[in-house]
Write a protein that binds this ligand. Structure first.
Ligand code: F6P
Length: 499
């Protein structure tokens, strides 16, 4: 069954939101807080180890009600069910979208269970030193060769969960930049390095160029027969893998119902699984599954991904905010923004609707950001005093993993005070001069998580995955294809063939 296809601008809610926007656009949030003492309690969602405070937004109860009405009118509930039931909602590629099925241990597809078992067995053997290289030495280094979704997710999670990692050293090669390949290889020993080639298609030019260069380097000190101890592939394209020389026992599956940018939960995450061990990897999946249940079952008014998506639509389509910043207050999440940039912008950067018509309203937001506190000393000037309205998601953790209490208090103080400063500005205060005036009234969400566990990270990532889906449904676009990347690929190949 197809997704509903409703132009959001034709709904009653959209028209009412337009009128409501004129009423609210000049209102200062400080006045909204003053007028409604229950605002903080009402605009807060407590879920598992998450506290999501969305009170610092330019909204009232009426805004939320109209946005919820919009979600109803575009058929969001039905769309969510179609996705989870496995309908082919990626219509332009005739595929289902079931990354949620990769983490549903209660009703897991047999092929997913089997792949997870293989990941468990392989990662255990590598971690324990039972997997030996061609000279009988255990593996010390793993190189993930992949690009886009075949790198950004696994790399982000591996770094985010460094606290839980073992002694294996992980490396990621994505860019078709020979210098980067050489820099990585110069530190490595053939005898103790395992290469995981991750490519759903096994035809991606950057990945295959790097994989072939690395195979040549490997063969300078080893034989063809040794490849089976040092090369693993994650792909749907079994024949290309065998042609490359990889043993069929070293092939991990991925399915066409898992989009590249949503694939970190599958065998694509094998490097992560080796880095943190299977049990932690499973916890990551379980955390995501709990968020799936919340998203699927919770009333929209208490539903974290739905609320975050609606707020994003509010700023994008009514306040004409073109960008959103995401600021995680932990160094562990330094790769979170690049990961989200692919997930969000490759999904929702579309300008044709689900009826095949050109769109005349704004779709995909531009997402950017960096870790706090570093970001405060880089681009926060623009957030506080620039001319652009940039809604921010602040992500913070109550506890430090290494129990660095004193420093963590400082980090948290920064986390809380920045959203407060964006809200208040110098509202009704006398600034010494015009340059010291902060208008405030800058919106933000505060996502406070107890600590950075594998489970909580899984839930956090799933929040953003579902937020993407909700926005795609409202904007009436297909979020799961990426035709826009094809033309550039074609022109690169044309250029190479004529040079
Ligand atoms: O170019 C975009 C893209 O298709 C992404 O969607 C994908 O994550 C990436 O390329 C890598 O693709 P593959 O896993 O097939 O090598």
């Amino acid at each position: 069954m197809n997704l509903p296809s409703i132009n959001p601008t034709t709904t009653e809610a959209w028209n009412k939101l337009q009128a409501h926007f004129s009423e609210i656009k000049e209102v200062h949030m400080m006045d909204l807080f003053k007028d409604d003492t229950e605002r903080v309690d009402k605009m807060n969602i407590s879920w598992n180890e998450f506290q999501v405070d969305f009170s610092k937004n330019r909204i009232t109860d009426k805004t939320i009600n109209l946005l919820l009405q919009l979600a109803e009118e575009v058929g969001l509930k039905k769309a969510i069910e179609l996705q989870f039931e496995g309908s082919k909602i990626n219509q332009t590629e005739d595929r289902a979208v079931l990354h949620s099925a990769l983490r549903d241990f209660n009703s897991m597809k047999p092929e997913v269970k089997k792949a997870l078992q293989k990941m468990k067995k392989t990662s255990n053997a590598i971690i324990k030193g039972a997997w030996k290289g061609f000279t009988g030495k255990p593996i010390t280094d793993i190189v993930n060769i992949g690009i886009g979704g075949s790198e950004l997710g696994p790399k982000m999670v591996t770094n985010a969960l460094k606290y839980y990692s073992n002694a294996l050293k992980l490396h990621y090669i994505s860019n078709v930049d020979g210098d980067h390949v050489s820099e990585t290889l110069k530190k490595l020993d053939r005898e103790t390095t395992l290469f995981i080639i991750v490519s759903k298609s096994f035809t991606t030019q950057e990945t295959m160029t790097n994989a072939n260069a690395i195979k040549n380097w490997f063969l300078q000190g080893a034989t063809q027969l040794d490849i089976e101890k040092h090369f693993i592939a994650v792909s749907t394209n079994e024949s290309a893998i065998i042609d490359f020389g990889i043993s069929k026992y070293n092939v991990f599956p991925i399915w066409d119902w898992v989009g590249g940018r949503f694939s970190l939960w599958s065998s694509v995450g094998l490097s992560t699984c080796c880095a943190i061990g299977y049990d932690n990897f499973e916890e990551l999946l379980r955390g995501a599954h709990e968020m799936d249940l919340h998203f699927r079952n919770e009333d929209f008014s208490e539903n974290i991904p739905v609320i975050l998506a609606l707020l994003s639509v509010w700023y994008n389509n009514f306040f004409s905010s073109e960008t959103e910043a995401i600021i995680p207050y932990t160094q562990y999440l330094e790769d979170f923004v690049p990961y989200l940039q692919q997930a969000i912008m490759e999904s929702n950067g579309k300008s044709v609707d689900r009826n095949g018509s050109a769109i005349n309203y704004e779709t995909g937001t531009v997402v950017w950001g960096n870790v706090g506190a570093n970001a405060q000393h880089a681009f926060f000037q623009l957030l506080h005093q620039g001319t652009k309205l940039v809604p921010v998601d602040f992500i913070g953790f109550s506890k430090s993993l290494h129990n660095n209490k004193k420093q963590h208090e400082i980090l948290k103080a920064n986390f809380f005070s920045q959203s407060e400063a964006l809200l208040q500005g110098t509202y009704k205060q006398n600034a010494p001069n015009a340059y010291r005036v902060f208008t405030g009234n800058k919106p933000s969400n505060t996502i406070l998580v107890n600590s950075l566990t594998p489970k909580n990270l899984g839930s956090l990532i799933a929040i953003y995955e579902h937020k993407i889906f909700v926005q795609g449904i409202i904007w009436n676009i297909f979020s799961y294809d990426q035709w826009g990347v094809e033309l550039g690929k074609k022109l690169t190949n044309q250029l190479l063939s004529t040079s």
